[in-house]
Design a protein around this ligand. Structure first.
Ligand code: ADP
Length: 136
């Protein structure tokens, strides 16, 4: 185990539903430190790069619509084993399959609305932190 940094996006529907504090509390409760935090609107071009691995999927444009639909809260969390830990706290991608007790299992509705994005590997964490915070 090692101290890691991971990248999160509290998605537009969750910001609109007033879930920012709830979601951040889940992370803080597990000892994760908030290293960066920012309210931003993600443009479609940036969304297309961020979700490049989904290009060609039938739901790709819908994912772009949902992540650009309003302000998001994005940030960097730090802690022991943070990348894997945060993914575990999120639960499965599909809120219908996410276990109760996980963030997506407790607050998600129906795809693509699953409350939070988090990096799924050290490589994507480094890539996403660089993409959204290019100034370093
Ligand atoms: P994760 O967000 O768990 O890393 P993916 O990278 O596979 O999952 O997908 C990115 C996002 O695309 C998901 O969080 C969700 O919002 C959306 N998505 C994934 N699969 C579907 C699907 N089958 N239908 C609609 N939206 C989806």
């Amino acid at each position: 185990m090692a101290i890691e940094q991971t990248f999160i996006i509290i998605k537009p529907e969750a910001v609109q539903r007033g879930l920012v504090g709830t979601v951040l509390t889940r992370f803080e409760n597990r000892g994760l430190a908030i290293k960066r935090l920012e309210v931003r609107q993600i443009g479609r071009d940036l969304a297309r790069v961020h979700y490049a691995h989904l290009r060609g999927k039938p739901f790709f444009e819908g994912v772009l619509d949902s992540i650009t639909a309003g302000p998001v809260v994005l940030g960097v969390l730090e802690g022991e084993n943070a990348i894997e830990l945060v993914r575990q706290l999120l639960g499965a991608t599909d809120p219908m399959k996410a276990a109760p007790g996980t963030i997506r299992g407790d607050y998600g509705t129906v795809l693509p609305y699953n409350v939070v994005h988090a990096s799924d590997s050290p490589e994507s964490a480094a890539r996403e932190i660089g993409l959204f915070f290019p100034e370093g």
